[in-house]
Design a protein around this ligand. Structure first.
Ligand code: CA
Length: 501
């Protein structure tokens, strides 16, 4: 907007008068950083997966957490995700994340019952489900692939059979509950083993047992195998060769990609290119995430913080809301660049694992009280990464149990309100309109008319609600607030008292 200083002074005085005259008019704050700028991606696959893992969300809701849209209005989180362009939900499944007395291990107490709720709600909002079987009672990752308690003393053959049955039966239950299953992971980050099987002459047999269960369940469902450590290019290629040599029947070669650990995106694309070109498989990022702030909001240290995982040559983006959106776009772009259109999609990991009680700005006794209250919720509802009850199964949990380590990587603030970065999942398809709003075009019809003045007046009188794009467009004087001054300025523009907004 270009207006002269003198005119600005005149207008400012007029606005003050106008504002004083319109008593009772609402003054609504436009979000400060809602102007995220995302460049469209030309996707090679029309169904490119723009997915999110929200495995802990049921436990959070049980603990009283609610989710809101950008205007602070409470909504079903699955509706919020779908409305913002997410088309696929990922859910982890643990066999039996409870102790002998029924106390949950935490990490969302992510059993099949939680997965059924998540799968049903995702389907109700048009989203498919990726079922991420860990074949463990708690976290399975490169360092841990512990067998479920019930499988501990089984032979390899018995484990293969148990894995087949568990997979087939769980998928049947999920389908009956209403889930729209599109893909199944046979294990999670199975880089060193699976379900307590660590010998490479045996691991592939477990993959094959799981794959057969999925094929028998529904031949239309994709089978994914998930490794991590893509920065070790030779190792990743070795896994792809290993799967082929052992005739594992699968569709999707998946990797995690956390930019503070996993090398460059160019390298990720190169690894996936190898798999696509050599074996004709789809490739996918099964997990990624990025911090929008380095601050913690729940009293449990975060994976990425002021003193941890916050530097490195592959951290190309700011720790900001825009930076978080930029990372998502960049990872999607890297997967989309995989040769022969074999880049299938990207899942963001736990984009809603927020605080159960915001500690921001607290200190002393108040902080202690809030942290204690949060601990109680984590223990009771399993909504932290681990409860004390997991200590019997997981040595790290025994020492470090607590809350969310990724509340600063969610797409929601500590009060559950959606961040503007959530919109990246639709903006990668359309391009961001946030940066290219036509000033004054409050109703979004592409032209500035008296109708826009009316819309702004209706908004101020609380007769209608605006999206953030509309707020941007309506904030004609650009001061971050939509108020009567914007309507007045727009009227003056339309009356040709001023020639530019
Ligand atoms: Ca935290």
């Amino acid at each position: 907007m270009k207006i002269t200083k003198a005119l600005a002074g005149f207008l400012a005085a007029a606005f003050l008068l106008m504002t004083a005259l319109t008593s009772g008019a609402a003054e609504t704050e436009a979000p400060v950083d809602d102007d995220i700028d995302i460049q469209k991606i030309e996707f090679n696959n029309t169904g490119f997966i723009r997915g999110m893992d929200v495995s802990s969300v049921i436990s959070l809701e049980n603990a009283g957490v609610t989710f809101k849209n950008e205007n602070g209005v409470e909504e079903d989180i699955f509706k919020l995700l779908a409305d913002n362009g997410i088309n696929y939900i990922r859910v982890r499944v643990w066999n039996d994340p409870y102790d002998g007395s029924g106390n949950g291990y935490g990490g969302g107490n992510s059993d099949i019952e939680k997965a059924k709720q998540i799968g049903r709600r995702a389907a109700e909002h048009g989203m498919k489900l990726l079922v991420d079987f860990h074949y463990s009672d708690f976290w399975a990752d490169p360092a841990k692939q512990k067998a479920p308690k019930a499988w501990e003393n089984m032979t390899l053959a018995q484990k293969q059979s148990a894995l087949y049955d568990y997979t087939f039966n769980s998928l049947s239950e999920l389908k009956s509950a209403g889930a729209d299953i599109g893909m199944v992971q046979i294990g999670n980050e199975t880089t060193s083993g699976i379900a307590g099987v660590y010998d490479y002459s045996d691991i592939h047999k477990m993959f094959s047992a799981g794959s057969k269960a999925v094929r028998d369940f529904d031949s239309g469902v994709k089978v994914a195998i998930h490794f991590t450590g893509p920065e070790n290019t030779a190792v990743m290629k070795w896994y792809a060769d290993y799967l082929s040599q052992n005739k594992v029947d699968y569709d999707v070669f998946a990797s995690s990609y956390y930019p503070y650990w996993h090398g460059s995106l160019e390298n990720l694309t190169a690894v996936f290119d190898y798999v696509a070109e050599t074996y004709g498989k789809f490739t996918m990022v099964a997990e990624t995430s990025y911090a929008f702030t380095l601050d913690d909001t729940d009293g449990h240290d975060n994976t990425v913080s002021h003193w941890s995982n916050n530097t490195g040559k592959d951290l190309l983006w700011d720790f900001s809301v825009q930076g978080q959106a930029d990372e998502v776009r960049a990872v999607m772009n890297a997967v989309n660049n995989v040769s022969s259109s074999k880049g299938l999609g990207v899942f963001y990991w736990e984009g809603a694992w927020i605080s159960v009680g915001d500690i921001t700005g607290m200190s002393g006794a108040e902080l202690t009280r809030r942290c204690n209250a949060n601990r109680e919720l984590w223990e009771r509802y399993g909504c932290g990464w681990a409860s004390s009850y997991a200590g019997e199964y997981d040595g790290d949990a025994a020492r470090y149990y607590g809350g969310s380590a990724v509340d600063n990587q969610a797409f929601f603030d500590a009060e559950g309100r959606a961040l503007p970065s959530l919109r990246v999942f639709k903006y990668v398809v359309t391009g961001s309109s946030g940066a290219d709003n036509i000033k004054g075009d409050a109703d979004g019809d592409g032209i500035v008319t008296v109708k826009d003045v009316t819309e702004i007046q209706r908004f101020i009188a609380e007769l209608t609600d605006f999206t953030d794009e509309q707020k941007n467009a309506a904030d004609v004087d650009g001061n971050g607030v939509v108020d009567i001054s914007d309507a007045t300025l727009l009227q003056r523009y339309l009356a040709e008292f001023i020639t530019e907004l």
